[in-house]
Write a protein that binds this ligand. Structure first.
Ligand code: PLP
Length: 375
């Protein structure tokens, strides 16, 4: 039987919480479980405000709306990331300026950001790839110096830290994903974390279709009305109930995922020492949250052959992001700069099967196959 790339993990408590949500008499959004999840995030990770959303993409879109983009405004975004990190900013009329990755890891290269800043630049969006923190001090200094917003796409980054501070708590705004391929899941789902207090009031309005319904529910206004732009970004209580069951098991899920990560790392280390592959590196300022395990092949040809070899041997390993500056939608709009590291990660990364129920036996088999390929 093939070892799948991903298999959604359920704690077993999800059905119970879904039934409780239904019995509580409100299955639409912003009910009991939404509030429980949001306070959990605020307390545990120190976000000033957390709002559940239907996806990370929607949380990013809320961020795009919140920073008040005007036509011509520029947003600096890494090319090596998922489409929605960039597409929602394009949807809200920003010009996307793509940045390259570092040579040592797939995160945005902090030393190449400043040269991209113009008087039109409004924000820097960054992605902590695989849950491993970007070099935040450098990036935050640049943002401060040029008065720019930082938006963290923290889709991979639940329960991961930069110098002891939770990822998603450092930027003005941050987005998380609970899509079934992430650490904590609700099928589809996401969250906007707000760390700059000035955004909270307006975020609550945008979240609820442009109305002041959140304030109304808290008894702060007598009726709820249309007060700003907005959309329907809040998930139903069914989604929040699933998420809550997962959050109650966060510790155990994270422990297991980190064990899997370590198991891959130890077993593949000898191949790295022989110079055959490269493994993810965790800088001193960062932590590992067991989001994914990837290896970097020495060249694209070898990567493609290894992928084929693993798949022929029933291991569903996969490649990852295609560089967005070369995408069909953006290549004509890109300014032509070469982004060699983004292209190299796109061509050379292989992600290994990674899910809670992956066994040591599976990992031993997968690593054996990688070893056989290099023999
Ligand atoms: C998964 C992912 C997203 C999108 O998340 P959704 O919840 O599916 O919208 C965005 N950015 C990154 C980096 C991701 O990995």
């Amino acid at each position: 039987m093939k070892i799948p790339f991903n298999r959604p993990y359920f704690t077993g408590n999800e059905i119970q919480t879904i039934i409780k949500a239904a019995m509580a008499g409100q299955i639409s959004g912003n009910g009991l479980y939404t509030q429980k999840c949001q306070s959990f995030f605020e307390k545990k990770f120190g976000f000033k405000r957390s709002l559940l959303t239907t996806s990370c993409t929607d949380a990013l879109e809320m961020a795009a709306v919140l920073i008040n983009l005007e036509p011509g405004d520029e947003v600096i975004i890494p090319s090596y990331t998922f489409v929605s990190t960039a597409s929602v900013f394009a949807l809200h009329r920003a010009r996307v300026v793509f940045a390259d990755s570092s040579s040592g890891n797939p995160n945005i290269d902090p030393d190449k950001i400043e040269e991209l800043i113009t008087n039109k630049t409004k924000a820097i969006v960054l992605v902590h790839y695989g849950g491993i923190a970007c070099d935040m001090e450098k990036i935050m200094n640049i943002a401060e110096k040029h008065d720019l917003y930082i938006i963290e796409d923290a889709a991979h980054s639940i329960d991961s830290y930069y110098k002891g501070k939770a990822l998603g708590s450092l930027g003005h705004l941050a987005s998380f994903s609970f899509h079934e391929t992430k650490n904590i899941i609700s099928g589809e789902g996401g969250m906007l974390a707000i760390n700059d207090k000035k955004f909270i009031g307006r975020a609550e309005v945008i979240w609820e279709k442009g109305t002041n319904r959140v304030a109304f529910k808290k008894g702060k206004v007598k009726k709820y009305e249309w007060v700003d732009v907005g959309s329907s970004y809040l998930p139903s209580e069914v989604i929040a109930a699933i998420l809550h069951a997962q959050l109650m098991s966060l510790k155990g899920i994270q422990k297991r995922r980190k064990e899997i990560w370590e198991a891959y790392y130890e077993r593949l280390k000898p191949l790295e020492e022989k110079g055959l592959i490269k493994l993810p590196h965790i800088p001193k300022y960062a932590t590992n949250n067991g989001n994914m395990f990837y290896i970097i092949a020495n060249n694209p040809k070898e990567r493609d052959k290894l992928l084929k070899y693993l798949n022929r041997n029933n291991v569903h390993a996969v490649f990852h992001y295609l560089p967005l500056h070369l995408s069909p939608y953006y290549r004509d709009k890109h300014d032509g700069r070469e982004l060699p590291n983004a292209v190299r990660y796109s061509d050379c990364i292989i992600r290994m099967p990674f899910y809670y129920e992956l066994t040591l036996r599976d990992i031993n088999y997968i690593v054996k196959k990688v070893g056989e390929f290099y023999d």
